[in-house]
Every structure is written in structure tokens, then in C-alpha cells.
Design a binder for this molecule. Structure first.
Ligand SMILES: [Mn+2]
Length: 312
């Protein structure tokens, strides 16, 4: 065994302190971490709630509900068990957002060195700040965000610099080598639009009406030209609340599930071998009825994994 792989093995073992082993794994996966697989981590981060609390329960509820659904995608493929491992949840300290982001960064940094891809289950959207930051250490990043909100506020609530509504601004201030394609937003204020305008060379927004494959394919091709790594972040409130009411900050309208998966397919076709991280955030099981919408999130995970990693 080479020194490099001995060190890698030791780093993975050292993660034990920061990862809580799952009681049930997601989608019947075996327990990770494991090299060369798609590693699942739950991130029960919920430190900056502004409306309805509950996202921190999402990873464990989704694992538990995933025992009762079929592992087939909405386009007739069946998830391969050998593709995924579940590393459990990042152990977090309730209320300590910056220490928690450090822990998420640390776990992400080790796993990204060894895994094929990272499937991250939130928790609040703020976790993307830590993981996109880690990915940007490794080269130029295209971050594709699906979200009803722009999350470009300077402070939210007033006085709070790091939160689910400010994370994207903090990320762009910190990292010059991240380009963002923002899809589906229709909820923002004038200051956020001004920031968008001032940063339009690396922050491209397409609203819900334009979120179709034809428009996306050209943009994705152009934006990914000088990019080594792609990160896809899905805030489930991008979906119409009629299709996804179980989310902390709903915004009245949104994309259909089919719009979202068509966009994902298109991105996967154009950028498959560059996609390193997908996160699915802001599902709130306390607002779910009989776990109906948990099954939709699980279907979204299966569709994502089969589209992006299984048939690559
Ligand atoms: Mn949102």
C-alpha cells in the first residue's frame, strides 16, 4: 500500500468523530465512507431559521421512509445498490453556525479527495456555503442552484451575516473562481437584484419561465467552458408549493417536478463527468403529511443519482 493511500485511509478513519453512523441507511446503501462510490452525507444543519423550523430532521426521516419505497426512477431505470454508500450525518452543535460550517467543510474536504460524487441531504441551504467553498479549493467551479429565492441578502435577519438567505452572497464574496447559474427564482428584493446586476459576469439568473432545456443547454455549455468541477444545489422550494408544501419558506409558485428533472437531465448530459456534488436542501418533514412529500424527495434523489452517476 502506498504512503498516499495509507494517509487517505487514516483521514477517512479520522472522520469518525464528525460522522454519526446511520441506524437505517438511505435507499438500502451500505455504510460508508468508501472510496470511488457516491457517498451520501446527511447534514442536519438548522441554525438560522427565519420561518418554519424542522429541516434538521430531514436526513433521518428520509432514510427511514426510503425503506418503504421502490428504488426505481421516474424514467424507468432501477437504482444500482453498488453505487451508493451512506456515511451518516455530520455531527453538529445546535446553534453554532460557523463551527458547524467548519465541520461540514472538513468532512467534505476529505470525502471529495476520494469519492466519485457526494450526495448531500440537508438541512438548511447554508450548508452549500461550506461545501462549495471546499470544492473551489480544487479548481474553478460552476454552481448550478435551483431555488425560488436568490439568497443574496447582505444580512438576514438584519444583523445576521451568515444564514440561509445570505449564503450565496457570502460565497461569491469569498471565492472569485465560482460561477453561478441560478435557476427558477421569483422571490427577491431590490438589493439582491442590484447585487445580481453588479456581478452578472459570474452570476447568471434564469427565471421560472425560461427554465427549459433549450435555453439551459446553451448557457450550461458557455458557462462550463473553463470549469473543472460542477456542483448542483437543489432547494426544494424551487418546486411549486402544490407539489412540495413540506418546506420551511414556501413562495407561492414554482417549477413542476418534471421541469426540474428535465433541467437536471440536460445538465447531466452536458457536464456529466464534472459533477462532484449534489445537495438537496430545505425539505421539512414536520410540514409533511404522512410522509407523502418525503417520497417525492426520495424520487428526486433516485432520479438525480441515476441521471448523473449511474449512466455516466
Ligand atoms: Mn429557497
Amino acid at each position: 500500500m502506498s504512503l498516499e493511500s495509507v494517509n487517505r485511509k487514516r483521514e477517512i478513519e479520522d472522520l469518525e468523530f464528525y460522522l454519526e453512523k446511520p441506524i437505517y441507511t438511505l435507499l438500502g446503501a451500505s455504510v460508508g465512507p468508501e472510496e470511488k462510490k457516491v457517498n451520501v452525507i446527511g447534514v442536519p444543519l438548522e441554525d438560522t431559521v427565519s420561518f418554519r423550523p424542522g429541516t434538521r430532521f430531514a436526513p433521518d426521516v428520509l432514510r427511514s421512509v426510503s425503506r418503504f419505497v421502490e428504488y426505481s426512477s421516474s424514467s424507468d431505470s432501477v437504482l444500482s445498490f453498488s453505487l451508493l454508500v451512506d456515511c451518516g450525518n455530520v455531527t453538529l452543535l445546535q446553534g453554532a453556525v460557523s463551527r458547524n460550517l467548519d465541520r461540514i467543510r472538513r468532512v467534505g474536504s476529505v470525502l471529495l479527495r476520494v469519492c466519485r460524487g457526494l450526495l448531500v441531504v440537508g438541512g438548511e441551504h447554508t450548508l452549500t456555503l461550506a461545501l462549495a467553498d471546499v470544492l473551489a479549493e480544487r479548481g474553478n467551479v460552476l454552481l448550478v442552484v435551483f431555488d425560488s429565492h436568490l439568497d443574496l441578502k447582505d444580512e438576514w435577519p438584519p444583523g445576521q451575516e451568515v444564514s440561509h438567505a445570505t449564503f450565496l452572497r457570502r460565497l461569491l464574496e469569498k471565492r472569485q473562481n465560482i460561477t453561478v447559474l441560478h435557476v427558477g427564482s421569483h422571490a427577491f428584493d431590490e438589493k439582491e437584484l442590484r447585487f445580481l446586476e453588479e456581478n452578472k459576469s459570474r452570476l447568471v439568473r434564469i427565471g421560472p419561465a425560461e427554465a427549459h432545456p433549450g435555453r439551459l443547454s446553451r448557457l450550461v455549455r458557455d458557462l462550463s467552458r473553463d470549469v473543472e468541477h460542477v456542483y448542483i444545489s437543489i432547494d426544494v422550494d424551487v418546486l411549486d408549493p402544490a407539489q412540495m408544501p413540506a418546506t420551511s419558506n414556501p413562495e407561492g409558485v414554482g417549477l413542476s417536478y418534471r421541469d426540474l428533472t428535465c433541467c437536471l437531465q440536460l445538465i447531466a448530459q452536458s457536464l456529466n463527468n464534472k459533477i462532484r456534488i449534489v445537495d438537496i436542501v430545505e425539505y421539512n418533514p414536520l410540514l409533511d403529511q404522512g410522509y407523502t412529500y418525503a417520497t417525492r424527495i426520495i424520487k428526486l434523489m433516485i432520479d438525480t443519482v441515476t441521471t448523473i452517476w449511474q449512466y455516466a
